[in-house]
Design a binder for this molecule. Structure first.
Ligand code: AMP
Ligand code: MG
Length: 435
């Protein structure tokens, strides 16, 4: 049994040593949720010209040392137009009408917002050739972004290992990458165990339950950037369980649920032991999810579907390769929580992603929590309200099997192992429920 922090650290250490799969090229939008396999460079300066950030007048700041001041309007630059050199330059006492996104004409060193100006001759629609009165001073450099201030041509904008989300997709789009190189998604086997578990389209007998874990896990795997391979349900029987575990070890990662507790028919660890598995932890001091198991089966695993060889894309050599597995507890809430805490970082690493941190928010507790010491708890909770009114309250639940409570919750309150009681009004850490 290890602490939460030790368990997480062990997973991170092992995740740091895994290799992503091959590289494939996909359309930019199909890359959403995938991991970049190539660096993305700025193809030119960003912005490529000194870009006005306000509608107004391009001016020389020195001309507005005293206001109000009157300037000659000598032209207009709109977004998309290039100010003609010579003709379109701003001299002392002059201004040029300019729109957001337009290039700053030479001679100008600031933009004054249109709100602080009045065109003197409003008889004609065009301001060219007319006077403008400016009521506010500006500093040099105000209201435009200098050329190259965001990035220089050739600069690395997105590194290999970067997950593609809407922001990184915007960057790829802005440098003209309509196709991107991404890593193949890791294939993650999902194996539910238990004599009482039946397929979801079956009518369960009086003591049977439907296999919801395979589906929640498949959804979480997909959300973490993997491709879920749902295997048949393993009964609590050694031979069939072993055959299915061997099948699962043919994938890049194996997730088992159920059968890791202390019960007489909890056979997962035994069967993995027969397969010469190495265990890095068997149990973590957390609730829910205490029986969680993490380990690997070596390249010489008897009967392993891929013969223990996976192509190492960095060296191009087929090398023996450890297959990692997680034995997640069968209680559905425990399964979901332990996936997020431990399995997700391994999937992300297999997908080629640079390591991501767990993000904890802080919120005020609405009503007190009483619990026992000794375990770090991740308790389903509802965060409500906004801004300074945000507050969090535990979801009423019947324990780790209560998926209805989890579905009502949107986060977990994290209770440190040394706390028996947390008062209403205290600030607590939250882990948001993703996807
Ligand atoms: P176990 O970890 O095998 O002791 O199972 C703990 C609890 O989780 C039991 O109540 C099981 O019936 C339930 N459970 C196990 N596997 C699943 C599954 N695949 N889907 C839904 N519930 C499950
Ligand atoms: Mg079981």
């Amino acid at each position: 049994m290890v602490s939460f922090e030790e368990a997480r650290h062990l997973v991170e250490q092992h995740a740091a040593g895994v290799y992503p799969g091959e590289v494939e090229t996909v359309d930019l939008l199909a890359g959403l949720g995938r991991v970049l396999a190539e660096g993305t460079l700025a193809d030119r300066d960003f912005p490529p010209f000194a870009r006005a950030t306000r509608d107004g007048y391009a001016v020389r700041a020195a001309d507005l040392a005293e206001v109000p001041a009157r300037l000659d309007v000598v032209g207009e630059v709109k977004a998309g137009a290039w100010p003609e050199p010579g003709v379109s330059s701003v001299g002392p006492g002059q201004a040029m009408a300019i729109m957001t996104g337009a290039p700053l004409p030479t001679g100008a060193d600031a933009v004054v917002m249109v709100e602080y100006t009045s065109a003197i001759d409003e008889a004609t629609e065009k301001s060219v050739g007319k006077l403008v009165e400016v009521r506010r001073s500006v500093s040099r450099g105000e209201n435009f972004v200098p050329r190259g201030a965001e990035a220089r041509a050739g600069q690395l904008l997105l590194d290999r290992g970067c997950p593609l989300d809407h922001a990184s997709i915007a960057i790829a789009a802005s440098v003209g990458k309509s196709r991107v190189q991404v890593f193949r998604k890791p294939r993650v086997a999902v194996l539910s165990t238990g004599d009482e578990v039946v397929e979801i389209d079956a009518t369960p007998g009086p003591a049977q339950i439907r296999n919801s874990n395979s589906y929640s896990l498949a959804a979480q795997v997909q959300n973490a950037g993997g491709e879920a391979v749902r295997l048949a349900i393993a009964p609590d029987e050694r031979r069939r369980l072993r055959a299915l575990i061997e099948e699962g070890l043919g994938c890049d990662l194996l997730l088992l649920t159920g059968g890791v507790s202390m019960g007489k028919y909890d056979l997962v660890e035994q069967v993995l032991g027969e397969l010469k598995a190495e265990f890095y932890f068997t149990g973590a001091e957390i609730q829910p999810g205490r029986p969680v198991v993490f380990g690997s089966c070596g390249a010489d695993t008897p009967g392993r579907a891929d013969g223990g060889c996976a192509a190492n894309t960095r060296t191009g050599v087929s090398a023996p390769h450890n297959k990692y597995f997680f034995g997640l507890p069968g209680n559905p809430v425990s399964t979901m929580v332990t996936f997020e805490l431990f399995a997700r970082p391994m999937i992300e690493a297999l997908a080629g992603m640079t390591p991501q941190r767990l993000i904890f928010l802080r919120a005020r507790l609405k009503s007190e929590i009483r619990t026992k010491t000794g375990l770090k708890r991740f308790l389903p909770a509802v965060l409500s309200g906004e801004f300074e009114n945000a507050e969090v309250e535990l979801a009423r639940w019947q324990g780790s099997g209560d998926i209805a409570a989890l579905a009502r919750a949107n986060c977990y309150v994290v209770v440190p192992p040394d706390r028996e009681r947390i008062e209403a009004g205290e600030w607590v850490s939250l882990l948001m429920r993703s996807g």
